[in-house]
Write a protein that binds this ligand. Sequence first.
Ligand code: NAD
Length: 304
Amino acid sequence: MILDGRQTAAQIREEIAAEVSQLKQQGLRPPHLAVVIVGHNPASETYVANKEKACRQVGFDVTRIALEASVTEKELLDVVGRLNDDDSIDGFIVQLPLPEHISEEKVTRAIDYRKDVDGLHPYNVGLTALGQRSVVSATPKGIRELLARYRIPTEGKNVVIIGRSNIVGKPMAMLLMQKPYLQLPKMSASALGNATVTLCHSKTRDLKKICLGADIIIVAAGQPSLLTADMVSDGAVVIDVGINRVEDATQARGYRLVGDVDFSNVAPKCSYITPVPGGVGPMTIASLLQNTLQVYKDRLAVKS
Ligand code: NAD
């Protein structure tokens, strides 16, 4: 069965839009997200445009701050400082990757953790690791939400994650291994956890053997067709995070997007699988909206 991220994300957007219109009826201003983009990386421009569109759909205010790739680190840090101090901005993101002359670590640390809707500030990452309430990195949060909404339990399951990035693999492992910090309602996203997690990476030996022991496989490696049918047990759940451009002369733009899973051969073996596109990607954006609403409510002390 397909885990339809597009449809689930649309449902989440509807829920958020309803909440925003209620807030407005109470006389409150809508949440306001700022997006900082540096340079003209085509993939980043597409991601940012999608995020802005999603914000507008749910009634958020959104402000784009576009800087040339030649911007200095100091100038970018000044922009971050101004956004931290700006009371009309609830949360903001600095779209990654940044040009090489700018330290992503410095910029991420400079963001006020209370406005860090990407959940990448060390303070939020630390809270996530401790299993405490935090702003959770958008992609793993979206995957957890997708599992919850399809009522796929993780307790006691063997979960294999391929990829150890700070934005996907590591926080995903933390979320799924820990004791859920909220127990209600039964299958809410925050109730997922209690899994036995194996985190694999480029130096892992015998990936196939490890994957064959998995109930749930989450692949975030950026390698087309890394996960093949012989690595997947019957009935496994497969979540494909990868977004890879492969040349395709039949497409007007000259390429198509594929994930990290050999979808056509793996899908028949799975109980559930996410497609690419239309799986994890839309859920990531939905999580960004949820995070923005969360920090907005925290700032304005709005009751849920
Ligand atoms: P990354 O690109 O920073 O690192 C890749 C990881 O995969 C590394 O930890 C590496 O050790 C591991 N890896 C690479 N080849 C491997 C192999 N053959 N066997 C085992 N492990 C291997 O990771 P990332 O930033 O999480 O990105 C991974 C993919 O996910 C990319 O395609 C990216 O575009 C995509 N992504 C998608 C979303 C989304 O919303 N759908 C969000 C973030 C990233």
